[in-house]
Design a protein around this ligand. Structure first.
Ligand code: 1CP
Length: 367
């Protein structure tokens, strides 16, 4: 059982400075570019449909409903930790949970994703998105506190959607391949765009603060669809807003991870947003990514999720390659280049964790 202290809010909370505690875990150490006993590994979407125990627990509960039940959130978050022995848990939730809490009428539709009843198109629509705080997402606060107690020395990652990715769901009304309406609004009505992105940045910051105050050991800002933009447009329309979210957490004492898909051309710009770790998808080798990101940040990634559908010897060779290329970075958190596909055999994930640990094991060498 982990040693506990009591913080000012009266909650049992792991002592951040305790050797071997979550803040001293291989995952947090790698985020901070400190020596690690082995390369830490977790998987985006590690909780989810690849696990039979997840499918069972979710059988009669809608997605948003499950995110609002701390008992379910806790159980689903712990499932991949128990099964795979990953180095970090990620809170079971969704990027649109705070959007719904802010008063936007939306649902997460099975097989589709988030669907917004009345897409955002006008200044009045933007005004209706209310600021949020802990009282708007009490179930998140409660679930994180329960999880921190249950997880002991294993760190818990909190997360939020970045302004561009959230704005895309709000403007399109649902998932989009081209993000055409989003870009049309961005180019055609830049003031309205910046008002919306500014509001979503405040939302992401507030949502992450709730999770940090409840005890998460790191946060990830998901800008999954930022790769749809040119670097110039990313810098003009998105970077200031994502940077504001990350800057708002600069003193929070937890490492920040900044991730997007298809961002090869954006890695330099994204690295300027202020996170300790930049997530890299499978298209860019980690040594190349490190040259674009620079020596001041760790990298996270980047096995192609589709590769886990290939025979084991192919997976093994790719894990070796990624660990080798990751040595060029000042810190490496092993992960996929995007989320686990539902059709993945969970046994593959367990084997990848064991292999990453085995191949990267280093003698004790601590700072
Ligand atoms: O019924 C179900 O099982 C719904 C599937 C599902 C799940 C399991 C959705 C709908 N969201 C989630 C959980 C979720 N969402 C997590 C859980 C923690 C973990 O990783 O284990 C996380 C981190 C997210 C974040 C999320 N939601 C992102 C960013 C990460 C990414 O994959 O790029 C995005 C873009 C979403 C939107 C969303 N929610 C759900 C779906 C299917 C989608 C994508 C829709 C699309 O393609 O646009």
């Amino acid at each position: 059982m982990a040693a506990m202290t009591t913080d000012s809010t009266g909650t049992a909370r792991d002592d951040a400075t305790r050797p071997g505690g979550p803040a001293d875990s291989p995952f947090v150490r790698a985020c901070r570019r400190r020596p690690v006993p082995h390369t830490p590994v977790w998987f985006m979407r590690q909780a989810g449909r690849s696990l039979p125990e997840y499918r069972e627990i979710r059988a009669n509960v809608a997605m948003l409903e499950s995110c609002r039940r701390p008992d379910l959130v806790t159980e689903i978050t712990l499932q991949p930790v128990r099964r795979h022995g990953v180095d970090a848990a990620i809170l079971f939730s969704d990027i649109v949970v705070p959007v719904a809490a802010a008063g936007v009428d939306l649902d997460i539709v099975p097989g589709t994703g988030p669907v917004v009843a009345e897409p955002v198109r006008t200044a009045a629509d933007v005004q209706r998105i209310r600021p949020i705080g802990r009282d708007d997402v009490p179930y998140v606060d409660e679930a994180v506190r329960m999880l921190v107690r249950e997880l002991g020395d294993t760190p818990l990652i909190g997360f939020a959607g970045a302004p561009f990715t959230l704005a895309s769901y709000l403007i399109e009304g649902g998932p989009s391949r081209t993000h055409a309406k989003t870009k049309a609004l961005m180019y055609g009505e830049p003031e309205l765009w910046h008002a919306l992105a500014g509001r979503l940045a405040e939302m992401a910051l507030a949502f992450l603060r709730v999770q940090i105050e409840a005890g998460v050991s790191a946060v990830q800002l998901f800008d999954s669809w930022a790769g749809a933009l040119s670097e110039a447009d990313y810098r003009r329309f998105v970077l200031p807003h994502s940077a504001a979210v990350l800057a708002g957490l600069a003193d929070a004492g937890v490492p920040r991870i900044h991730f997007g898909v298809g961002t090869a051309e954006l890695l330099g710009a994204m690295s300027e947003a202020g996170a300790e770790v930049v997530g890299v998808d499978w298209r860019t080798p980690l040594d190349v990514a490190t040259r674009r990101i620079g020596p001041e940040q760790a990298v996270q990634g980047n096995l192609d999720p589709c590769l886990l559908l290939a025979p084991w010897p192919v997976v093994e060779a790719e894990v070796r390659r990624i660990l080798d290329e990751g040595r060029a970075a000042p810190g490496h958190v092993f992960n996929l280049g995007h989320g686990v596909l539902p059709e993945t055999d969970p046994e593959m994930l367990t084997r990848v964790v064991a292999l990453v640990h085995e191949l990267s094991a280093r003698p004790a060498d601590r700072d």
